[in-house]
Write a protein that binds this ligand. Structure first.
Ligand SMILES: Cc1cc2nc3c(=O)[nH]c(=O)nc-3n(C[C@H](O)[C@H](O)[C@H](O)COP(=O)(O)O)c2cc1C
Length: 395
């Protein structure tokens, strides 16, 4: 950690005192730590403790810092941010985009990996609103160090205790290591469904939500890559620190892919692109007549094949959502579209689409095969990027 710049947020939980021991450990390992406390955290432990340990100013308020915009400078100078402990309140504020103090404002402006170590009463942690806030933040690229089961301040046992210091240090080390590995790389990722209109208010589409692409984009950005995310219509939010190009139709995705993905070091095509579009689009809304209508479909351009033909030295990874003969069909697609690797998922019974978890198998070359397993999409994204790292190093 020698010279690593760490932004340490401390919010108002009973475990705030443990952040002092953590600060001491980080400083002893050579890190430069800037501590930002919420007003409530200052009720539990004084800024003086942290400023003595770090030999640096401790920041609390947006308004009384010696400089004009401390929240931006602090988060820009850091390589990684950790909030320990992260209260239920802080997590809820971040999930809602509330920025009403220095800590939340800085985190909202962050383009660096942000790790939250939740710590609270077990019922507060288990509450569905806390869990859905955590889920929303994970989707936006935040990493969590889950609390542990143990003795809580309320003299009860339960899940809510701040993770042990070693786990917090490990999470910081992992984030710092990851951040270096893709620095200088350009990554383009396509994701989400496309919509193919047949009148001004109706379209053909599919069940893709873009969650896989968003998880991959967040992970690639955490590793330091410059990421372009070409995203079809989805209600999910794009991760911070990623360049997002919104598209609607397959033709728009095709055009965006050729202009934004060209020359990228790694291209990952997860978008569920419609193979066909209505051949005729009515200029005005079609009205119900009680009769059926015929919709003639015309083929869409093949985005993945076009990327394969032009890929140059890019490493091109496709995705195959299959309902039967998964690997046979995927290997055939790998060859036909000149891909370097293909990630196969089984979408029988809509598994894979929109759900938090997925199962992936990665295939490459004539017989390369690796099970990436069944896991949350953010974990699978990390495993897929690890595999790409290995494959690009040996190719
Ligand atoms: C004695 C005491 C202990 C608390 N411990 C926690 C805690 O461990 N986790 C938590 O989420 N909230 C805890 N709270 C509630 C927070 O302090 C409260 O939600 C506060 O508004 C958090 O502000 P902040 O998130 O801006 O720091 C505690 C409150 C008190 C009075």
């Amino acid at each position: 950690m020698n010279g690593a710049r760490i932004f340490l947020g401390v919010s108002g939980g009973i475990a705030a005192y443990k952040a002092a021991a953590l600060t001491s450990t980080l400083v002893q390992r050579g890190a430069v730590v800037d501590v930002v406390m919420t007003a409530e955290a200052e009720r539990f432990i004084t800024p003086l403790t942290f400023s003595s340990l770090t030999a640096r100013p401790v920041y609390g308020s947006l308004w009384d810092a010696p400089e004009r915009i401390p929240h931006i400078r602090l988060i820009r100078e850091a390589q990684v941010a950790l909030v320990a402990p992260a209260t239920a309140n802080l997590i809820a504020k971040l999930a809602a985009g509330i920025a009403d103090d220095l800590l939340t404002t800085a985190l909202l402006a962050a383009r660096i990996p942000c790790i939250l170590a939740a710590a609270m009463n077990d019922a507060m942690y288990a509450d569905p609103v806390t869990q859905s806030n955590i889920e929303a933040l994970r989707t936006r690229g935040y990493e969590f160090v889950d609390p542990e089961r143990g003795f809580l301040a309320e003299r009860e046992r339960g899940v809510g205790r701040l993770a042990a210091e070693e786990r917090l240090v490990e999470a910081l080390e992992r984030a710092l290591a990851r951040k270096q590995r893709w620095r200088g790389k350009r990554v383009a990722i396509t994701g989400g469904p496309t919509r193919e209109p047949f009148d001004p208010v109706r379209f053909l589409s599919n069940a893709s939500t873009g969650a896989t692409a968003i998880a991959l984009a967040a992970e690639a950005a955490r590793r330091g890559a410059a990421v372009s995310l070409l995203l079809g219509p989805t209600l999910l939010e794009a991760p911070a620190g990623v360049d997002v190009v919104r598209v609607t139709t397959a033709q728009q995705l095709y055009d965006a892919a050729l202009s934004h993905a060209a020359g990228a070091d790694v291209i990952i095509a997860t978008a569920a692109v419609a193979d066909w579009r209505p051949a005729h689009v009515s200029a005005s809304k079609l009205h119900k007549t009680g009769e059926g209508i015929d919709v003639q479909l015309a083929p869409n351009p093949d985005v993945l094949a076009a990327l394969g033909e032009r890929k140059g030295s890019s490493f091109l990874v496709g995705f195959a959502a299959e309902t039967d003969d998964h690997e046979v069909r995927a290997r055939e697609k790998l060859r036909r579209k000149h891909l370097d690797a293909i990630a196969v998922n089984d979408v029988r019974n809509e598994r894979g689409f929109g759900t938090g978890e997925n199962s992936l198998v990665l295939l490459w070359g004539d017989d390369g095969r690796r099970e990436l397993g069944t896991a949350r999409k953010d974990e699978l994204a990390a495993r897929l990027l690890d595999a790409i790292e290995e494959l690009t190093a040996c190719s």
